[in-house]
Design a protein around this ligand. Structure first.
Ligand code: GLV
Ligand code: MN
Ligand code: MN
Ligand code: MN
Length: 428
């Protein structure tokens, strides 16, 4: 009687770490760049093949599989009280160019293995358990991050904008979705929206993408909050011209305006005075992109984040002011300054934090409370469901590059904590 209530499950939980590792390796071969890098972009052939791989595993796990109009994939294990709201878990499998094989994937394949382990243990869920594969957590193709989870959370403006959104090749979002078998007979993406309260809890398992757990030798990170991300799109336009013939006083170089703005981003971020404020210019494109032609157009995408929303918004404001000043000074046009997203941070739900904490204690794993500096679909699921996240260590904190790595043992620990957390939330 003194035993923790679910100790029979924590004792009989056996995660098949070898098979899971094999699946992670297999999934990484659906890539447009060669190993060890992974590139898997929304609705491409490789993305469609990877989705098929996941749906097959969900089927083998005995889950009933459903997909919505943008390709969020749901695999459900019915509880013995199926009229109760379900408990959900999941993550993404899209991978930014030249990234690694664990980001997102651990939270999808790991969730399937968690369900398999629970089935092997003889557990029967009371609330249904549902795995969600989110469409396009990464902003690679259409510029907007967490596309699937934003829509699930009922983002009306995004549903409308996607009707006219195109990618870098001028392929429309809807055509791309259709080529992957989605959005067949509807332009109405509001069919994707879920009602608030559709889930009683949402938990995401993910690699930390930072160095803390590894450095401190801790097995499990329990996420208490997710930092506030924002992204901005900027275009400058000048007259361009011949790199030899146009003398320096007569130029209005759009490329130099972009370079100056990139440095201004760094300056404004540092001015915040907090290590928690970060800013990155990850995209900087020049047109026409010829060595002997003065850039007539430049294009930047700026990512800035903070755990403090106000402080991050001050940075955005300063970046905007700099863009205007630089354009004036350099006699170029600031033809676009568009804040693509400016999301508030979110807190994990106390009851889910407690469930994750109890689960990792029962499994005798070391744990640490921490914030997530990366964003996740959990940021948006939190708008419609109580939310929590489980982190596992990753090598040197590497992520968004091919060297990303998490050990089979750390992954297995994360899957066990996820499984036991689902047990608790399902019976709750
Ligand atoms: C997600 O990939 C992020 O950039 O945090
Ligand atoms: Mn990522
Ligand atoms: Mn991720
Ligand atoms: Mn992410």
């Amino acid at each position: 009687v003194d035993e923790p209530p679910h100790s029979f499950i924590s004792n009989s939980l056996s995660v098949d770490a070898q098979t899971l590792q094999k699946q992670i390796n297999e999934l990484s071969t659906f890539s447009d760049t060669s190993s060890p890098s992974v590139t898997r972009v929304l609705y491409t052939e490789k993305d469609v093949l990877a989705r098929r791989y996941i749906k097959n595993l969900m089927g083998l796990a005995g889950l009933s599989v459903r997909e919505d109009a943008v390709g969020n994939i749901f695999g459900r294990w019915d509880g013995f009280e199926p009229e109760l709201t379900a408990v959900a878990t999941g993550s993404h499998i899209d991978a930014i160019p030249y990234s690694g094989k664990y980001d997102g994937v651990v939270g999808v394949l790991g969730a399937i293995e968690a369900i398999n382990a629970l089935k092997r243990s003889g557990f029967k869920p009371k609330r249904s358990l549902e795995i969600i594969l989110f469409t396009s957590e990464e902003p690679t193709r259409f510029g907007i991050s967490c596309l699937g989870s934003r829509l699930l959370a009922g983002d009306v403006a995004l549903a409308k904008a996607l009707k006219t959104t195109v990618d870098g090749q001028n392929i429309s979002f809807l055509d791309a979705a259709r080529s992957a078998g989605y959005a067949r007979d509807e332009d109405n993406l509001s069919s994707v929206f879920l009602k608030k309260g559709s889930y009683s809890a949402f938990v995401e398992l993910h690699i930390e993408q930072g160095p803390i757990l590894e450095e401190e030798g801790v097995s499990i990170g329990i996420v208490t909050a997710i930092a506030a991300p924002a992204s901005i799109k900027v275009d400058f336009e000048g007259n361009g011209g011949h790199a030899g013939a146009v003398l320096m006083p007569n130029r209005n170089d759009a490329g130099l305006a972009a370079a100056e703005l990139a440095l201004a981003v760094e300056k404004h971020v540092l001015e915040s005075g907090s290590v928690d404020t970060v800013g990155t210019v990850g995209i900087l494109e020049l047109h026409p992109g010829a060595i002997n032609s003065i850039p007539s157009k430049s294009h930047l995408k700026i990512d800035t984040r903070d755990i403090d929303e106000k402080r991050r918004n001050v940075v955005i404001q300063k970046i905007h002011e700099s863009a205007i000043t630089i354009a004036r000074k350099r006699k170029v046009t600031l033809s676009e300054f568009n804040i693509i997203n400016q999301d508030p941070p979110v807190l994990s739900e106390k009851s889910i934090i407690e469930a994750m904490e109890a689960a990792s204690k029962e499994l005798n794993l070391t744990q640490k409370f921490m914030i997530s500096r990366a964003y996740h679909d959990s940021l948006f699921m939190a708008r419609i469901s109580p939310m929590g996240m489980i982190f596992i260590p990753c090598y040197k904190g590497y992520s968004h590059k091919p060297e990303e790595y998490a050990s089979t043992e750390d992954i297995a620990n994360g899957v066990k904590v996820l499984a036991l957390t689902l047990v608790k939330l399902s019976l709750h």
